[in-house]
Design a protein around this ligand. Structure first.
Ligand SMILES: [Zn+2]
Length: 723
């Protein structure tokens, strides 16, 4: 029996050939070996040719034979080192030398993992993790006698037990399979497995100071369906363990956590870390870092508190007693949500990050597989924008204008509709998830109103069944049921089409009691609300919302004749943008500015960025940013006056708001008398100043927006004089 099994594990000549084709990324060669059915139905081997959205495939592919003891079929696993939230191992059935069937990761084959009890130990010097995991599973009536689980391929299963008895199983790459014939509806499996964990800046990594399993699949999954887990970690002496869910105490070096919110993506770190904890309004806030000072950690808590409180008020209860921000030396340049904390690469924090905390609701309370779409990235991005617009810090009306997100389409949007934009489409999945979907939600907010949209989002969180991944269509159903069928067109257009609004404004004329405008569709028409800003000769303005549809004719009521009209003045429609429609913005000005720093104010920070430094102020200040004070740089006086900054020593006042320039800053673009523009920056902050689209901002010591002035578009694309 044993020798027969070993014989089966020898790669057959067929698989060796497949392996050569996989290594060569020979899509055409593999398609020739595929059955006609397989080649017809899908682009079966496209994964070989493109790098995944988070880089899966960059280390090359292998083809490995998978045999499942007690099963007649042969399988092939196309395997590559994995990182999370991207595509996984690719599984095919092999028959008589042909690939005859694709088993997508969404295919559960009637099995489901409900809970993991995991025990983790590290051998730091060997970069190894050793794990035991008792899985509770469920088997649907009539499920095939084939149980397929997927992990990262570096995790090798040493033993698989049921009821204390070792079970024969097969593993190839990260696919582990067993024949569950005759097993009951509910059962448990105990797995012993281990891995070399050494993919820094990509997936898990173990170094002399840190063991991070985050971004590995260090636990088996079926269909990327969410499951609860508890974990016990034996950490090296003096290390701190951060895992998901509630901390359940520690005995010596053994740390326990309980994650009762079913999740798809599990994070786990153990490292030499400094820890800072504060309790504010009944919630504990933690920061862990190998490098941050205590003072920086305190600042991070100050950033996190209003974010968590805002989301809780807006989207429903935060399900944990603690929120944490963890810095990791091996994480790389990004960040990853873990619902009760988030992991960041070193150097990011302190920061007012409102994206990762939003995932507690979008990805946590409602899970996402990432296999059909990145909808939850759209919701997290939208939530971040919503926080910036609605945060109870500074002037909310001014925030609302400053933090509208550009909605200019990217070419990648044409790749797929939002409802089918999962990881398998590659880089476009990221663009559709992080960009288009967030732009679509921002448009929905503009048309439906902030309150109606956020209460629909909250209702979705509160009514979505636990443990079931969400999709765009679920949110669509919630909105239609609450706000009515009239929103169906919106979702059809923006979830199921791959194009965007492409119009030109042909004419706008005064018709007695309204402006009548005519648009010409360059692409397929949409039906959409569109804002129109009426600009009157006395300088007053009125904003109206009208409907633009296939006939392109729009009537904008007005009591008197305006001199100009600007359509979509806040530039939030997902449409072709014109190159001439961006009003004056600080961020745009700073891209090409030359910066002069007042030597008397060496600690004033100015904006972030790599502007060219100049040592002396030139005759013309056009294109120059001055970081300085009117007390020591006299040419600042006139510039401050022009934008309404009154400066007295360390105090700056703008329209009734006074800030201390030792712990706050002000910046503005200034129109120069003889034409051209300069910019000024005064004060110091401990964080990057948040400016959004504003042309003038006041920020607090953390760089958070307090006051600002943001212009709508009044000239350029989609504006017209009214003759
Ligand atoms: Zn995210």
């Amino acid at each position: 029996m044993l020798s027969l099994l070993l014989a089966l594990l020898q790669p057959s000549p067929d698989v060796a050939h497949l392996d050569a084709l996989a290594k060569a990324r020979d899509v055409a060669g593999l398609a020739e070996i595929a059955s006609a059915d397989l080649s017809r139905d899908r682009e079966p081997f496209a994964f070989l040719a493109r790098e995944g959205v988070f880089g899966v495939g960059r280390f090359g592919w292998r083809a490995l034979e998978l045999r499942v003891p007690g099963r007649p079929e042969a399988f092939v696993v196309f395997s590559t080192p994995l990182t999370s939230q991207d595509i996984g191992e690719q599984l095919f059935e092999l028959r008589e030398g042909r690939l005859v069937r694709y088993v997508p990761e969404t295919e559960t084959l009637g099995h489901r993992i409900l809970h993991h009890r995991i025990d983790v130990r590290f051998e730091v010097e060997a970069k190894r993790a050793r794990l035991e995991n008792v899985l509770d599973l469920e088997r649907a009536p009539g499920a095939p006698d084939l149980l397929v689980m997927r992990m990262s391929p570096n995790y090798r299963v040493k033993r698989l037990e049921r009821d204390g008895k070792a079970m024969p199983f097969g593993q190839a790459g990260g696919v582990v399979a067993v024949n569950p014939e005759g097993w009951p509806r509910r059962f448990s499996l105990r797995l012993e497995y281990e891995a070399t964990v050494d993919l820094p800046d990509y997936a898990g990594s173990i170094t002399p100071d840190e063991a991070m399993l985050t971004n590995d699949y260090w636990y088996p999954m079926i269909g990327r369906l969410p499951a609860t887990h508890s974990v016990r970690v034996t950490a090296p002496e003096g290390w701190t363990v951060v895992a998901q869910g509630e901390p359940k105490g520690r005995e010596g070096n053994v740390w326990s956590f309980d994650m009762t919110l079913p999740a798809v993506y599990f994070s786990l770190s153990a490292a030499r870390l400094e820890e800072h904890q504060e309790t504010i309004d009944g919630r504990s806030y933690a920061v862990w870092s190998p490098v941050m000072s205590r003072e920086m950690m305190r600042r991070q808590v100050r950033h996190n508190v209003p974010v968590l409180q805002f989301y809780e008020r807006t989207f429903g209860a935060y399900p944990f007693s603690r929120w944490g921000a963890l810095e990791s030396k091996v994480y790389g340049s990004g960040a990853l949500e873990a619902y009760s904390h988030a992991t960041y690469g070193v150097g990011w924090l302190p920061d007012e990050d409102a994206h990762e905390p939003a995932h507690t609701w979008w990805g946590g309370r409602i899970a996402n597989t990432y296999l059909r779409s990145f909808w939850n990235e759209s919701f997290a991005e939208f939530s971040e924008g919503l926080y910036r617009r609605e945060a109870p810090i500074g002037n909310r009306e001014e925030r609302r204008r400053a933090f509208i997100r550009d909605a200019e389409p990217r070419g990648l949007f044409a790749t797929a509709p939002l409802v089918s934009s999962g990881a398998e489409i590659g880089r476009a999945a990221g663009s559709l998830g992080y960009e288009k979907g967030a732009m679509v939600l921002q448009m929905l907010e503009a048309e439906m109103g902030t309150e109606a949209l956020t209460s629909a989002m909250r209702h979705w969180v509160e009514t979505h069944p636990a443990g079931v991944p969400g999709e765009w269509e679920d949110f669509e159903r919630v909105v239609l049921s609450r706000e009515g069928e009239r929103w169906r067109t919106f979702f059809d257009h923006w979830l199921r089409r791959t194009d965007w609004i492409d119009v030109s404004l042909e004419e706008a004329r005064w018709a007695g009691e309204a402006v009548e405008a005519r648009f010409v569709w360059q692409g397929r028409p949409f039906q959409t609300g569109i804002e129109a800003l009426l600009i009157f000769p006395d300088g007053t303005r009125q904003l109206r919302t009208v409907t633009l549809d296939a006939d392109g004719k729009v009537t904008v009521p007005a009591a008197r004749k305006p001199e100009r009209i600007s359509f979509d003045p806040w530039r939030r429609l997902l449409r072709r943008y014109g190159r001439d429609e961006t009003p004056v913005q600080l961020d745009v000005f700073l891209r090409n500015a030359r910066v002069y720093r007042d030597p008397a104010k060496p600690d004033w920070t100015g904006p972030a960025g790599r502007q060219t430094r100049i040592q002396e102020l030139p005759e013309s200040l056009d294109g120059v940013l001055i970081v300085g004070s009117p007390d020591t740089t006299p040419r600042m006086r006139e510039l401050c006056r022009r934008v309404g900054f009154e400066v007295a020593g360390d105090r700056l006042t703008y329209r009734g708001t006074t800030i201390d320039l030792r712990q706050g800053a002000a910046m503005a673009v200034v129109d120069l008398e003889g034409g051209g523009r300069a910019a000024i920056a005064l004060g110091r902050t401990d964080g990057r100043p948040q400016m959004g689209r504003a042309r003038l901002v006041l920020v607090d010591d953390l760089g958070r927006f307090l006051r600002g002035y943001t212009e709508p578009k009044t000239s350029g694309f989609l504006t017209a004089d009214i003759p």
